[in-house]
Design a protein around this ligand. Structure first.
Ligand code: GUN
Length: 288
């Protein structure tokens, strides 16, 4: 029976550390780090995410401002808002909550965020820096959260076969780079992969990031594997569930992350770390 990796507890430890760092920053520089979040429209899931980010900042002693824009905001107005925040001295981190309403080009908006404030690590400059993660200012929150969970649990990816199912820009691709930098042998699988189960069965670390409930079944998992479930789905009766068929896979894995209470809480915790990194980088660059 697998040991559960408690994302809530690990996230709490990361958030406590962020709070200490924020207090030290304030003592040294006489101001608090600040995150500004732009939310366009009223998507209920996005509203929940943004509220969680704001709460986490407040608890850690990081200032947080939410800029609410109406759903019919056009791209030009949003770009002007981003430009205003780029130039705002008190803002260290800028995050534009995705998805954006139809008609707004997300890539163009992300590219307009000043790279040194891009706490999501979505800007092409910051994505490029992931070739050498140790030299990067920011790591993308969810992949960094996965790496932190492994570290916290004492699982060293070095030399291990890591298989990621899902090649999204936000999770699969950047996580592949982080695991590679940690000396894992990395395979990224996707919807066109032939004989997926043969590959997943080789995984000593198996990461599911597909967005399909119960996609990873026990027959796809190697005995003793570490199984990390990045999925956030709803069952037909409305319950939160991951990409992994937890009940059966739990019996085969050595470690497993639950949903909820696994990777999810880590994402916000890592966002606090990035906001602190942005604030420190700003001070070191002399812009205060
Ligand atoms: N929407 C869902 N996840 C995310 C995220 O990590 N960052 C942003 N900006 N929007 C999201």
């Amino acid at each position: 029976m697998a040991e559960r990796i408690d994302g809530k507890a690990i996230a709490a430890a990361v958030r406590a550390r962020a709070a200490e760092d924020a207090a030290a920053f304030e003592k040294e520089y006489g101001r608090r780090p600040k995150l500004t979040v732009i939310l366009v429209g009223e998507d209920p899931a996005s509203q929940v995410y943004v509220r969680n980010k704001r709460r986490a900042c407040e608890e850690a002693g990081i200032l947080s401002e939410t800029v609410l824009l109406p759903a019919d905001t056009d791209e030009k107005t949003l770009l002007a808002e981003v430009a205003r925040l780029n130039a705002e001295e008190s803002t260290d981190g800028i995050l534009v909550q995705l998805p954006l309403p139809a008609g707004i080009d997300e890539k163009r908006v992300i590219a307009a965020i000043a790279p040194e404030t891009d706490v999501d690590c979505f800007h092409p400059v910051n994505v490029g820096k992931l070739f050498h993660p140790r030299e990067a200012t920011f790591l993308p929150c969810t992949p960094a959260g996965v790496m932190e969970m492994l570290r916290f649990t004492g699982i060293d990816p070095r030399g291990k076969r890591a298989v990621i199912v899902g090649r999204s820009d936000i999770v699969g691709k950047p996580l592949a780079l982080l695991l590679l930098a940690a000396d894992a042998t990395v395979t990224v699988c996707h919807s066109k992969t032939r004989d997926l189960a043969a590959l997943t069965r080789e995984a000593e670390i198996l990461v599911a990031a597909v967005g399909r409930a119960g996609f990873i079944t026990a027959d796809m998992v190697r005995e003793g594997a570490v199984v990390i479930d990045v999925g956030i789905n709803r069952t037909p009766d409305g319950k939160l569930c991951g990409d992994v068929d937890f009940a059966s896979v739990e019996k085969k894995a050595s470690y497993i992350t639950p949903v909820p209470g696994g990777v999810g809480p880590m994402t916000v915790a890592m966002l606090l770390c990035n906001t602190l990194a942005a604030a420190r980088a700003r001070v070191f660059s002399g812009k205060q």
